[in-house]
Design a protein around this ligand. Structure first.
Ligand code: MEV
Length: 438
């Protein structure tokens, strides 16, 4: 970019492309062609994507795949995943298959509570504020009646509004800490609309409250926003089997089970390992969250906060061996939606939900938690046996060959060749060059 631009968002799409190609790239014509190549040929579909965000130039593809053979609470699922990392879908599929004949995955919803807060400053007598809050509680609820009416008809709405004194953290700082049930919606708009109305009502009512001094009447609302920390919107997924059924190449079931539990225990006490351990879990979680049109940043933020809820960062999964039974489980907060947002807009999101038999938000929470557990199982299984690189590099082989410009026939021959050889950048380069010389 050579110079700042005024009113970029007001330019037409073609003008924006022109500007960016000329200002920021060395070959503007090639840039324009590349951007156009990724447009959807169906202009309606393209328009839909253009309007998701501001300043859209083109579409950014991620592979959309499925990991089949997941048995969850006795039902079969092919789980859609959108992700770029080569080994994730293969690992999920392998883990699904591994547990298929061992009873599959079991899941339980532990809670569905969402949270939002009005953060405000009040300079005055705390007791008077509490009395005031008690008095206006019905007004707060009635002020959002038009927003909550539909949600309430379906069985959701506001669970509770609590006044929290946070003056030990910041002088004068209080909250309305509110909890919600948003059913199949992720609920961000619903929650934020309720909170902004609560804030208005709070301020208005304070102004007219006869027991308040002039200073006390002047409540200052700092902000009103949902929280992505949802420790009570929680799901558990688990697998278990007799240790003897953990039949894995080149290692006894007992040794495998023990090493597996040790690996999980290490992640429970060692933050450097816990972060990578949980990153592997998020490989599975994010891929399904993204494919189903949910907000993976919200999920990531909430999950990692949950992993640190006891003051140090810990593993999201746990494993044990008791009476020769191997158990492996995850408890994870997941605020997801299967209505609203992208779910009825993005054609591939709609398809992903259809592939999952149009699940409720609770069902989706369970499927996503299973994807995380499966991913972690696959990662630890590799880590404590062959190491991660063998499988990872095999999956990455096609990316390397594409990068090296291999033809389809060369790729086919080398994929076959590397079934029994170690994949490294150097070994692939050498094998391709050798093939090209013959
Ligand atoms: C790579 O994306 C994820 C892993 O590093 C996870 C782990 O180490 O558990 C393989």
């Amino acid at each position: 970019m050579k110079t700042p631009v005024e009113g970029f968002s007001k330019l037409s799409k073609a003008e924006k492309i022109d500007w960016i190609a000329n200002q920021c790239t060395t070959n503007p014509e090639a840039t324009k062609k590349l951007l156009e190549r990724y447009w959807n040929p169906d202009s309606q579909v393209q328009k839909l994507h253009d309007e998701f965000i501001e300043n859209t130039l083109t579409n950014y593809y991620l592979p959309f795949a499925v990991a089949p053979n997941f048995l969850i609470n006795g039902e079969f699922y092919a789980v859609p995943m959108a992700i770029e990392e080569s080994s994730v879908v293969a690992a999920a599929s392998k883990a699904a298959k591994f547990w298929l004949d061992k009873g599959g995955f079991k899941t339980t919803i532990l809670g569905t509570e969402k949270v939002g807060q009005v953060h405000f400053m009040y300079k005055g007598n705390p007791k008077k504020l509490q009395e005031f809050f008690k008095k206006i509680h019905p007004n707060l609820l009635s002020s959002v009646a038009s927003i909550t009416q539909n949600m309430e008809k379906r069985g959701g709405g506001i669970n509770a509004i609590e006044l929290r004194d946070c003056t030990h953290k910041i002088s004068g700082y209080y909250q309305l800490h509110c909890t919600f049930e948003t059913l199949d919606a992720m609920g961000a708009n619903f929650i934020n609309s309720c909170l902004e109305q609560f804030a208005k009502t709070l301020k208005e009512q304070a102004k007219g409250h006869p027991d308040f001094s002039e200073e006390e009447k002047n409540i200052e609302v700092v902000m009103s926003i949902l929280s992505n920390y949802v420790p009570n919107c929680l799901v558990r997924a688990e697998v278990e089997c007799p240790v003897e059924q953990l039949v894995i190449k080149d290692i006894s079931p007992e040794e495998f089970a023990q090493k597996f539990v040790q690996a999980v225990n290490i992640a429970n006490v060692e933050p450097y390992r816990a972060v990578t351990h949980n990153k592997g879990i998020m490989n599975g979680i994010d891929a399904v969250v993204l494919a189903t049109g949910n907000d993976f940043r919200a999920v990531e933020a909430g999950v990692h906060a949950y992993a640190a809820k006891n003051g140090s960062y810990f593993s999201l999964t746990h494993a044990s061996i008791e009476n020769d039974i191997f158990k492996f489980w995850i408890e994870i907060p997941l605020a997801l939606g299967t209505v609203g947002g992208l779910t009825s807009l993005h054609p591939l999101v709609k398809l992903a939900l259809e592939i999952l038999q149009n699940p409720s938000a609770k069902k989706l929470m369970q499927i996503v938690a299973v994807a995380g557990l499966a991913q972690n199982f696959a990662a630890i299984k590799s880590l404590v046996t062959t190491g991660i690189q063998k499988g990872h590099m095999k999956m990455h082989l096609l990316n390397m060959l594409n990068q090296m410009g291999a033809t389809e026939s060369e790729k086919a021959q080398l994929v076959h060749y590397f079934k029994h050889e170690t994949v490294t950048n150097a070994s692939v380069k050498e094998a391709l060059e050798k093939l090209q010389r013959t």
